[in-house]
Structure formats: structure tokens, C-alpha cells
Design a protein around this ligand. Structure first.
Ligand code: VG1
Ligand code: CO
Length: 545
């Protein structure tokens, strides 16, 4: 096998964001664009030299093409063994699971998560380190630096590998195993949850579910776990065959995009009792009941309060963490349990050290992400199983479990307003303006709301003392309400402004309000303080979750 050294010109825009490098497919198709970035990963991740690599993606357009290229670059860069998912399929949580189980040097995941796919959609690439989690910023910064000056890459001149069946072969000296993408992950789930109990509830007909894989990666996982291992009701799965363009949809599990699922759960007498959906790469989850939505921040709080009831967590939990914009519902539970609750910047990579250091067992984000120390990624199917197991133990509906949680801990009304594809300069100026006036806002009043603190969130990692600053403007009010402003790090068009708004209400008589109505005064204040409408020239947000 011949190894070729190819001269290349560097690109200036290969800076990874919140979760890897994400660009339009057409950008990844530019000459040497993918090759350059992959070579930069190999230049920095020296542990891959003579090491084992896990490789797979969410099945979107360009997945298999990219896998063939990466295999050849891996062979040229002296990788010992690559474990690649059959058909190029591996969900993000499955990659994390495999890295940990087989103690590999790392993994490459091809995904742009919930962003649309297809030739005109998005593509992405992420590198996970030996603990199974997303590479830390020190690593991604180093890759970015390398990518700005890269002059050559090496690649094996070899035939494409057959990915359509499980087998083992070699490319030069490098071993390639095309593996079952599901089995190891499904086995891990079976260790954590009481499959027997859930299965018998399905068998009795007392529990019915609908899971929407949104034509993305979780289809095969859902089939094996919900159909084969748990014998769920017929028609439990929808959109469960992965498609390169996600059926033209937006594989983002929220009320706006999982329309078919929501319609089924709202279908009256024939509706399943439990509904869930996952995103492109299988790390997000949405949980719903009949005509009832569980806010992801509440889901994390409910999980924390009840984890000890489930087999995998029966020892209790040592601590929890949430990202800055996630509501403080989980803080109330942590207080009651007497455990630590860490507040981190947005992105799963910030949970890695806390998990590795045994400071936390559960963690989550408002953006439909939750997970635990079982792997180092957020995990959609895991969250669904957590809820199914909880329902089996409590024999209560999704709504009953959530309402009784609010009764005990109070309710955090919560919403996120996204302004998408706005001019980057306008977005930067809006944030800079908030930064400039942050200090002066403390002590001022907006209608009935008194601001007690306003700052730009900075995080000091308690394990390695690294500091991450400028992570979002937060305004805290005297009544525990909160507004957070930050810019997205995953978009591929202009800038996206995210505004996160929450209000804490203890009185159970006030727990039935419409979320947007309950938050209306704070939504108004957010606009007034940050001058959103005038600066962005938008009357309303593009997406409300
Ligand atoms: C978004 C979410 C963040 C999440 C990230 C990756 O980032 O807000 O909570 O960790 O996506 O999720 P941003 O920077 O656009 O706000 V996924 O499912 O895309 O891997
Ligand atoms: Co995702």
C-alpha cells in the first residue's frame, strides 16, 4: 500500500464551536477541506499513533464518503486499529460507550447533530478523547492553530472498504473492524435500567409509547432496545430508518420539529401514554406525555430527585451539574439532597472533568440534553429509558410525575427565544453593549423586577482550575427570576442570539399558567435591556422552545 503526501493550502475557518467543526456540506466538499482538518486532528492527537480509533456518524449525507477518506488518512498516520460502525452508523453516545468499553485512544464522530442534512444541509466532525467525552478547548484550539498553517497531509492510496457488513480487514498494516453499532450500547443500557420491569409493564398494556427517531441515527438503536429487548407496543417507533437528508426534516427533538410525535400524543383516547424523540446524532431527547411537555431543565431536576429508585443509580448521586442557561430547577433538588450543583458553560465538554473526578453523577442542558457518568456524552435513548423505568417504578404518568415534582420543589417557568441568522456584527455589538452596562444594572428596577446581579459568566473548572470566560450575560432578579443572553456556537449561517428566560413560582395554584404568558413581563424586560428588536430588526424570535 502506497502512502502519499499531498500538498495543500490551509483554510482560515476551521475553528471548532460548541460541539466540533460544523459547516455546510458544500464547504466540506471544497478541495482538501476535510483532509486538512482530519490531518490536523492527527497532528495534535499523538495518542492515535499506534492507537485504536472509533469512527462513525449519524448517517447524514457525506457520512460514508468522509469515513472512507478518514480511514485512508488514519492508515497513513499509523493508526493501529479502527472500529467503524456498520454502514458508517454510530450515535454520539454509542461512540462514547465504545471508547470507554474498549479503552481506545479516541473517536471521530461525523455529525452536525440537529442541523438539517442533505447536499444543501450541514456536516460536522467532532473528536472525542480517551475518557469518551468531547475534546476540551485546549485540544480544539490546538487543532485550529494547526489547521491555519497546514501545508500537507498523508493519505493511503487504497481501495474503499465495504461498510455494508460486519467484518474485519486490513488497510496496509491498519486493522479495520466494521462492527455492530448497537450491541455494546444496548448492553450498557440493560445494566443501568430494570428492563424486566419495563418489559412487563409493556406486556400488561399499562404502558404504551411512541418514539420518534426523526429519520436520524437512533432508529436502529430504538429498534433493538424498545422493540427487541423491551417488546414495546406495536407502532412504538416512527421515522426509524436513518436517511441521508433526515426525510427533509430538521432532526431536532422539540415541539416545533417533532410534529408527528406531538400529534400522536395529543390524539385523545388512542394516544400512547409516553412520547419521546431524539436528534440527528442521538444525544438529545424530548420527553412528553399526553398533551404534556416536560421542559428539559425540569427533566434533569426530576431525574436528580428520583435517580436512587433506578438500579444503575441506587447508591444515590454524588453531585449534579447544569450549563449556565439551564433553569435552576435542579439546584432546588441538589439543595434538598445536600449535594453540590455545578454551573458550567454551554457544551458537554465542560462536564467531563466533573464526571471523571466523581464530583457529579448526573448532568444536563436546557437544549434537550441529559446524561450521567455511564458515558461522557449526553444520551437521548438513555434519557428515554430513565423515564420509562421511572414510570414503571412509580406507576404514574409523565404529567403526574412532573406536577408532583413542582408541588414539592416549586416550578421554574422556562423558555428560550432564538433569533437566527442575524448579522454577526449586530449580534456581537448587542452582547458587547450588555457587557459594557452589566455592572451598572445591579440595583436597578424594571417594572416589578429588581436586578441584583448582572455579569458575563466566567467558569473556573474546579478540577484543573482552567478558566473559561465570556460565556453569556446573566441577569439575576431578586425574586430568583433570571435572563441569560449568549450567541450560539453551532450555527452555520450568520449568528444566532439565544435568550433564556426563567421565573420561579412556589405556589401550586400558579403552576398551570401558559409558559409564554407566565414569562411575558420578563420577555419584555429582556427586549428592553438588550434592545433586541431594534438591533436585530426582528419583531419575534425565529424559534421558541
Ligand atoms: C447548542 C446547545 C448546547 C449543546 C450544543 C451541542 O449549542 O445550546 O447546549 O451542547 O448545541 O448539542 P449552541 O452553542 O448552539 O447554543 V448537539 O446535540 O448539537 O451535539
Ligand atoms: Co446532538
Amino acid at each position: 500500500m502506497k502512502i502519499e503526501t499531498i500538498s495543500t493550502n490551509s483554510y482560515a475557518d476551521q475553528k471548532p464551536g460548541t460541539s466540533g467543526l460544523r459547516k455546510k456540506v458544500s464547504v466540506f466538499q471544497k478541495p482538501h477541506y476535510l483532509e486538512n482538518f482530519v490531518q490536523s486532528i492527527f497532528n495534535i492527537a499523538t495518542e492515535l499513533n499506534n492507537g485504536v480509533l472509533v469512527l462513525g456518524g449519524d448517517g447524514r449525507y457525506y457520512n460514508q464518503t468522509a469515513i472512507q477518506v478518514i480511514l485512508k488518512i488514519a492508515a497513513a498516520n499509523n493508526v493501529k486499529h479502527v472500529m467503524v460502525g456498520q454502514d458508517g452508523i454510530l450515535s454520539t453516545p454509542a461512540v462514547s460507550c465504545l471508547i470507554r468499553k474498549y479503552q481506545t485512544a479516541g473517536g471521530i464522530i461525523l455529525s452536525a447533530s440537529h442541523n438539517p442534512g442533505g447536499p444543501t444541509g450541514d456536516f460536522g466532525i467532532k473528536f472525542n478523547i480517551a475518557n469518551g467525552g468531547p475534546a476540551p478547548t485546549t485540544f480544539t484550539d490546538a487543532v485550529y492553530e494547526d489547521s491555519k498553517t497546514i501545508k500537507q497531509y498523508t493519505i493511503a492510496n487504497a481501495e474503499d472498504i465495504d461498510l455494508s457488513q460486519q467484518h474485519t480487514c486490513h488497510m496496509g498494516k491498519m486493522k479495520i473492524s466494521v462492527i455492530d453499532p448497537v450491541a455494546d450500547y444496548a448492553d450498557l443500557m440493560e445494566e443501568l435500567f430494570d428492563f424486566k420491569k419495563i418489559k412487563s409493564l409493556f406486556a400488561s398494556g399499562l404502558l404504551t409509547m411512541c418514539f420518534d427517531a426523526m429519520h436520524a441515527v437512533t432508529g436502529p438503536y430504538a429498534k433493538e432496545i424498545f422493540e427487541n429487548r423491551l417488546s414495546a407496543n406495536v407502532n412504538a417507533l416512527i421515522n426509524s430508518i436513518p436517511k441521508e437528508d433526515f426525510g427533509g426534516g430538521h432532526p431536532d427533538p422539540n415541539l416545533a420539529h417533532a410534529k408527528e410525535l406531538v400529534a400522536r400524543l395529543n390524539a385523545g383516547l388512542n394516544a400512547p401514554m409516553f412520547g419521546a424523540a431524539s436528534d440527528g446524532d442521538g444525544d438529545r431527547n424530548m420527553i412528553i406525555g399526553q398533551k404534556f411537555f416536560v421542559n428539559p431543565s425540569d427533566s434533569l431536576a426530576i431525574m436528580t430527585a428520583n435517580a436512587h429508585l433506578l438500579p444503575g443509580y441506587k447508591q444515590g448521586i454524588c453531585g449534579v451539574a447544569r450549563s449556565l442557561p439551564t433553569s435552576r430547577a435542579v439546584d432546588k433538588v441538589a439543595d434538598a439532597l445536600g449535594i453540590e450543583c455545578y454551573e458550567t458553560p454551554t457544551g458537554w465538554k465542560y462536564f467531563g472533568n466533573l464526571l471523571d473526578d466523581n464530583r457529579i453523577t448526573l448532568c444536563g442542558e436546557e437544549s434537550f440534553g441529559s446524561g450521567s457518568n455511564h458515558i461522557r456524552e449526553k444520551d437521548g435513548i438513555w434519557a428515554v429509558l430513565f423515564w420509562l423505568n421511572l414510570i414503571a417504578v412509580k406507576q404514574h404518568s409523565v404529567e403526574e410525575i412532573t406536577r408532583s415534582h413542582w408541588k414539592q420543589y416549586g416550578r421554574h417557568y422556562y423558555t428560550r427565544h432564538d433569533y437566527e441568522a442575524i448579522d454577526s456584527n449586530v449580534a456581537d455589538e448587542l452582547i458587547q453593549n450588555m457587557r459594557n452596562k452589566a455592572e451598572s444594572l445591579a440595583g436597578t428596577n424594571y417594572s416589578d423586577y429588581e436586578i441584583v446581579l448582572c455579569d458575563d459568566f466566567s467558569y473556573t473548572d474546579p478540577v484543573d482550575n482552567s478558566i473559561t470566560s465570556q460565556q453569556g450575560i446573566r441577569i439575576l432578579f431578586k425574586d430568583e427570576s433570571r435572563i441569560v443572553f449568549r450567541l450560539s456556537g453551532t450555527g452555520t449561517e450568520g449568528a444566532t442570539l439565544r435568550v433564556y428566560i426563567e421565573r420561579y413560582v412556589t405556589n401550586p395554584e400558579q403552576h398551570n399558567l401558559d409558559t409564554q404568558a407566565a414569562l411575558a413581563p420578563l420577555i419584555q424586560i429582556a427586549d428592553e435591556v438588550a434592545e433586541i428588536k431594534t438591533r436585530c430588526q426582528r419583531e419575534t424570535p425565529d424559534v421558541i422552545t
